[in-house]
Write a protein that binds this ligand. Sequence first.
Ligand SMILES: NC(=O)c1ccc[n+]([C@@H]2O[C@H](COP(=O)([O-])OP(=O)(O)OC[C@H]3O[C@@H](n4cnc5c(N)ncnc54)[C@H](O)[C@@H]3O)[C@@H](O)[C@H]2O)c1
Length: 327
Amino acid sequence: MKTNYNDKRVLITGGLGFIGSNLAARLVTLGESYTLVDSLIPEYGGDLFNICAIKDKVAVNISDVRDAHSMRYLVQGQDYLFNLAGQTSHMDSMQDPVTDMEINCSAQLSILESCRKYNPTIKIVFASTRQFYGKPDYLPVDEKHPLRPTDVNGINKMAGEWYHILYNNVYGIRACALRLTNTYGPRMRVKDARQTFLGIWVKLMLERKPFEVWGGAQLRDFTYIDDAVEAFLLAAAKEEANGKIFNLGGCEVVSLCDLAKQLVAANSGGTFQEREFPAERKRIDIGDYYADDRLIRAELGWLPKVNLQQGLAATLDYYRTNLKNYL
Ligand SMILES: NC(=O)c1ccc[n+]([C@@H]2O[C@H](COP(=O)([O-])OP(=O)(O)OC[C@H]3O[C@@H](n4cnc5c(N)ncnc54)[C@H](O)[C@@H]3O)[C@@H](O)[C@H]2O)c1
């Protein structure tokens, strides 16, 4: 991987967020020049603490991706764009659908227009989501599964993803998309469930409070952050990824109740209560999901390496030391 990133200029939108900051931390071990763009809107996952260990090695630009003038300037001269800035909360997208559309849909189109006009040789990897498959017709879900978003966020992320593929196909701006499943690990947002329910579970457990598991029989897969970062690096480096969409999965499939038990075991203590989904969540829930990710394994050689037991232990280790910085 080193040869691909050495001497390259890399822009990460959402670079102060969970995945973006972990990607930046990995990239500073590989290459030269990195710029992280983030708006630091308080309800989202961006946090300067996420990059405290690498702050002297990256340039940070506090800009909003909806600002076409900033983005026009920022994309210029870059070799790679990891396009991760996004509004991630499904509930927020229902309460404020227009903001979700502006960030996850309109701003994506405007970033691509900046690339088309000012840097058409850039390579882009877009952080997409498995959410807009909707309630699966079959499991595991492969990339050919119908797309049936169940919330506003899903519609906007789907449009954002397809703008990238369209610009690849029509204008030759090399782009691909990773449909992420639940991604977890150090630097995820834990103060609430806006980014992931696992975050609030970890916070409450470390505060010695019970956490709630909604719909405990539901099946899910999880990608540990280091494995997700590896997928982004492979997708950027490999030309065969261009124009393609790849599911990411994990090492195992687990029910939410078993996940909660594994988390408690990894912490050697903790309690949780099972509950029905609240009605407003149930309406947008997708039910059981796990990915068929054979395509990225076969075409890009991606292989998740960190199982749940290892990933949960590493996550808890991080927040035992750093929780106070995330509250
Ligand atoms: N974490 C997951 O499980 C998961 C699953 C599916 C898809 N994704 C996608 O991956 C991407 C990264 O997610 P994450 O988990 O790191 O969440 P995150 O909230 O930590 O990261 C998103 C970052 O984007 C920034 N951002 C939001 N709006 C912005 C704007 N208008 N301008 C500039 N920056 C803005 C936020 O401040 C934040 O730092 C998102 O696009 C998300 O939709 C994540």
